[in-house]
Ligand binder design. Structure first.
Ligand code: PEP
Ligand code: MG
Length: 330
């Protein structure tokens, strides 16, 4: 079985009725790129850059160290796109300590709702600028997409965009080699999924972070064992937000990817296809099995299944019509 899955590596992910699906990898460090390629990934859909910042004693990585890391990932992928997410520091990914200073707001009651991700970046403008410079510079070596996590408010979008513009102008003025970068937003806060026209106006692409979207929609701490049984990706409200994001993105002609755990979970492959998703990003080890599901699917029949799921109060129980024998989801 492993061997057979391995042979799928060079096969394109196309449904039985001809829908082409892009399968991308999530990585944490540039050294993960070879495993991504070996799994058959067609690019990096999520480079969690915060892993360059975590588990280190001394200074945080400066522009040069980050540039080298991002460049190495871009070079390793040999011309395939690399989506670099700006740091998602805070909450479940704390820093050991800040460079030379104590991490502010260290002991907050609700770190998941606190100073994390883009909120942290905007509160640390020098760190943010250094990272954005490093990303633009890495883009001189191959296709790079920049992804911003946890965006919620229009002010955060305009403040982030202003930094990106300033950095690009700076690099231009300084004559520093850099490349064009597509800009995307993570949809992982319900407020973002409920403000799609705003996001679609400002960004080239969207990436749905289901891990946080579930956490924030259901008010369930994704890391708290005591409520793990209530963390339900099948909740109708969660599915509705995901389906809307995919549908509105398609209508606007913008790429939408899912990069949370759901993308690599074969229980959701058919449903996401039925919602119209054509870009999945996941842990490299999940790619062969998801690809196998896609190869056996009929996209147009899954649209009916997806509609039924969205109308159901018990989405898990809806029979997947397009799967031979009509298999229940879970
Ligand atoms: C997510 O929230 O689904 C996501 C991909 O980001 P992370 O798991 O790194 O928070
Ligand atoms: Mg997230």
């Amino acid at each position: 079985e492993r061997e057979r899955l391995h042979r799928l590596r060079h096969k394109a992910a196309v449904t039985l009725d001809g829908a082409r699906v892009e399968l991308l990898a999530n990585i944490e460090l540039p050294g993960d790129a070879p495993a991504a390629l070996a799994s058959g990934a067609e690019g990096i859909g999520l480079f969690r850059s915060e892993f360059l910042f975590m588990n280190r004693e001394g200074e945080l990585p400066d522009e040069e160290e980050q540039y080298i890391a991002y460049r190495d990932a871009v070079l390793a992928m040999g011309g395939l796109p690399v989506t670099i997410r700006t740091v998602d520091i805070g909450s479940d990914k704390p820093l050991e300590r800040m460079s030379g200073q104590e991490l502010r707001h260290e002991h907050t009651l609700n770190p998941a709702m606190g100073l994390r991700a883009i909120r942290w970046s905007l509160a640390e403008p020098q760190m943010f600028e250094a990272q954005v410079r490093a990303i633009y510079r890495a883009a001189s070596h191959g296709p790079v997409r920049l992804l911003i996590p946890m965006l919620t408010h229009a002010n955060e979008i305009s403040a982030s965009m202003a930094v990106l513009r300033r950095v690009r102008d700076q690099l231009m003025r300084e004559g520093v080699a850099h490349g064009a970068v597509e800009i995307g937003a993570m949809v992982e806060v319900p407020a973002a999924a409920l403000s799609l026209p705003l996001f679609l106006r400002h960004f080239d692409f969207l990436s749905i972070g289901t891990n946080d979207l579930i956490q924030y929609t259901l008010a369930i701490d994704r890391a708290d064992e005591a409520v793990a049984h209530l963390y339900d990706p099948w909740h109708p409200a969660v599915l509705r937000l995901i389906a809307d994001t995919i549908a509105q993105g398609r209508l606007a002609g913008k790429d939408v990817c899912v990069c949370g755990e759901m993308a690599g979970d074969i229980d959701f492959t058919e449903l996401l296809l039925g919602f119209g998703l054509r870009s999945f990003s996941m842990h490299p080890a999940c790619i062969p099995a998801v690809k196998q599901r896609i190869l056996r699917s009929e996209a147009h029949r899954l649209e009916t299944y997806a509609r039924e799921v969205l109308q159901s109060e018990d989405p898990r129980s809806v029979i997947r019509a397009s799967v031979p024998g009509g298999v229940r989801a879970a």
